[in-house]
Ligand binder design. Structure first.
Ligand code: NAD
Ligand code: DAU
Length: 337
């Protein structure tokens, strides 16, 4: 039986990964370590809390002795590190926690992986480490790192630490760099669920600047299947870009959502741009497609429809996550834009 420590498994991608692993791979046991920050939510694991191959532990990836205890007690063979502070806008207002979790937390996990001689350490990174593109070209695994925000700088720093632990101590690692994910259980501070939530409540849809920035969208389930393939089918030391080949401008995404919900475009409000806003991301995923025969399972249209249906059917989940502190965050963030 494969014994995996998944960190950040109560967040958006981590919880989708835990669900997929437990549903599709009965030969794995998942220990799910999550600090339950504002972005972590046990409701994301509904139906899987008491699964016999799943153990949830509330804790911090910066807590080295806890990590070592977990590895020993559950005989962990691999770590997949999803845990992170992930919102670019928050990294611009409060960068420190991004360094603590994304850099120091990854270092703590790497030390444990090295000392306990784990079979594999998978670092879930991001295409944002490559910086921004002009109108042409795509990021390959060989594109130099050139992060532009405190968030992407913290993720690039973590990637370099992972590489250094591989080079210096032989830690068996892989790094995955993925484009923008969308799908069920995404916290509504991110573009698609934020716009969905606002449109459902007939609130303004705050589009940064001209809205012509481009992101390359990937359905979250397809990201999860790619990570599973990297865990189970690769040799250590390889880096894989993961993307869905779905470049869209932000304004087009917002219009699609309004159209699908039958809401007027007059809800769109162009607001002050994000400082240092990256203009375009686009992933060249030919390495993972060629070597691991990974393919996205849905088109963007299918994925967006599934996502919208999920949010429409999950109004209680949405109400719960936007209540309390999130509303305060949203009001302070958008009040003066
Ligand atoms: P998220 O913000 O939804 O979830 C992050 C999770 O990590 C939360 O459950 C949170 O409680 C947990 N966490 C935060 N700090 C922690 C700590 N110190 N110790 C333990 N747990 C902690 O994030 P997400 O969107 O699911 O992203 C997951 C990973 O994927 C991140 O590493 C992110 O950088 C990367 N990524 C995300 C995207 C995307 O589009 N969302 C794209 C590429 C890469
Ligand atoms: O590219 C991968 C990255 O994608 C991940 O590493 C990050 O963790 C994840 O948050 C995401 O970063 P982005 O900054 O691209 O995602 P976000 O949803 O915050 O914004 C997407 C685009 O939409 C971006 O160009 C900013 C714009 N935007 C966002 C919000 C929240 C708006 O125009 N208005 C908004 O209110």
């Amino acid at each position: 039986m494969r014994k995996i420590l998944v960190t950040g498994g109560a967040g958006f991608i981590g919880s989708n990964f835990v669900r997929m692993a437990l549903a599709e791979h009965p030969d794995c046991f998942v220990v799910n370590l999550d600090k339950l920050t504002y972005a972590g939510n046990l409701e994301n694991l509904a139906g899987f809390e008491n699964h016999s191959n799943h153990k949830f532990i509330k804790g911090d990836i910066c807590d080295g002795s806890l990590i070592e205890r977990i590895i020993d007690e559950f005989k962990i063979d691999s770590i997949i590190n999803f845990a992170a502070e992930t919102h670019v806008d928050r990294s611009i207002t409060e960068p420190k926690i991004f360094i603590e979790t994304n850099v120091a937390g990854t270092l703590t996990l790497l030390e444990a992986a090295r000392d306990k001689k784990l079979n594999r350490f998978i670092q879930i990174s991001t295409d944002e480490v490559y910086g921004a593109l002009g109108p042409e070209g795509k990021f390959t695994e060989n594109t130099p790192l050139s992060p532009n925000s405190p968030y992407s700088a913290s993720k690039a720093s973590a990637d370099l630490l992972v590489r250094a632990f591989g080079h210096t101590w032989g830690v068996k690692y892989n790094i995955t760099r993925c484009s923008n994910n969308y799908g069920p259980y995404q916290f509504p501070e991110k573009l698609i669920p934020l716009m969905l939530n606002n449109a459902l409540n007939d609130k303004d849809l705050p589009v940064y600047g001209d809205g012509l920035q481009i992101r390359d969208w990937l359905y979250v389930y397809d990201h999860c299947t790619a990570v599973w393939k990297v865990l189970t089918e690769t040799r250590p030391g390889e880096i894989y870009n993961i993307g869905g080949c779905n470049e869209k401008t932000n304004i087009d995404i917002v219009r699609l959502i309004l159209n699908r919900l039958d809401k007027p475009e007059s809800l769109i409000k162009h607001v002050t741009d994000r400082p240092g806003h990256d203009r375009r991301y686009a992933i060249d995923a030919s390495k993972i497609i060629g070597q691991l025969k990974w393919r996205p399972s849905v088109s963007f249209e299918q994925g967006l429809n599934k996502t919208i249906e999920w949010y429409l059917a999950s109004r209680k989940w949405l109400e719960n996550v936007v209540s309390g502190d999130y509303q305060k965050y949203y009001d302070s963030m958008y009040k003066n834009r």
